[in-house]
Design a protein around this ligand. Structure first.
Ligand code: KIV
Length: 250
């Protein structure tokens, strides 16, 4: 999985073999220049989801398209979440992603029962960065690891189709991946024991304007083109050479 925010990058990612394209609310940082994802609106997400969907349609791409529900668009009620999810699905998403465990479980169930596939997201949830006290590894203590185990199971039982695990210790995300038999895990800064990986497009192309997260690899370094970098990423994820656990085993 890789993020993309416009038609051309999405089509190139598909041609490079990326199986899932996430229109992440990370676009707030990499496209809009915001300092966090908190300020991203549903209308912005709708617009970029539509751009990506157009690009995939025009190039007859086969990648699965996930639209990220932004901060505040699913927090009030299940009904609000449904209305927001409908906006992204009608813009061309095949699935929506939302952050958090516990309180989101019933929302996930509500959306899934209504025919909307959902990708859940646990660990570091950037929309709640202010409550978490920064972009920190999650699940390091026995107590917080137990919460993650419980929440991951509940999300699977609620019908989540995928689970993003962000900045979770490699051993724990590997364990969660074994625990969830019906819900593939997608790691980011979570070691290589997950079912798949995701990176932010600009990070893996070495275009990060801020501090490069430790777990990111710049795939442009040894590539001659963006497509070549994406192909190298797909290859490295599939053959298990990225990520390397030792460098970011938290
Ligand atoms: O918004 C995003 O790009 C994400 C990924 C980092 C998982 O949520």
């Amino acid at each position: 999985m890789l993020t993309a925010y416009d038609a051309t990058f999405a089509a190139v990612a598909d041609a490079a073999g990326v199986e899932c394209i996430l229109v992440g609310d990370s676009l707030g940082m990499v496209c809009q220049g915001l300092s966090s994802t908190v300020g991203v609106s549903l209308e912005t997400m709708r617009h970029h989801t539509e751009c990506v969907a157009n690009g995939l349609r025009r190039s007859q791409a086969t990648a699965w398209l996930i639209g990220d529900l932004p901060f505040g668009s699913y927090h009030e009620s299940k009904e609000q979440a449904l209305r927001s999810a409908v906006v992204l699905m009608q813009a061309g998403a095949h699935m929506v992603k939302l952050e958090g465990g516990g309180w989101t479980t019933e929302t996930v169930r509500f959306l899934v029962e209504r025919g909307i596939p959902v990708c859940a997201h646990l660990g570091l949830t950037p929309q709640t960065v202010h409550a978490l006290g920064g972009y920190r590894v999650q699940g390091k203590t026995d107590e917080s690891a137990a919460v993650l185990r419980r929440e991951a199971s509940a999300l699977q039982d609620a019908g989540a189709s995928m689970l993003v695990l962000e900045m979770v210790p490699a051993a724990l995300s590997g364990e969660l991946t074994q625990q969830l038999t019906r819900c593939p895990t997608i790691g980011i800064g979570a070691g290589n024991g997950t079912s798949g990986q995701v990176l932010v497009l600009h990070d893996m192309l070495g275009m990060n304007l801020g501090k490069m997260p430790k777990f990111v690899h710049n795939f442009m370094e040894d590539a001659h083109s963006v497509r070549g970098a994406m192909e190298a990423y797909v290859h490295a994820v599939k053959d298990g050479s990225f990520p390397v656990n030792a460098t970011h085993a938290w």
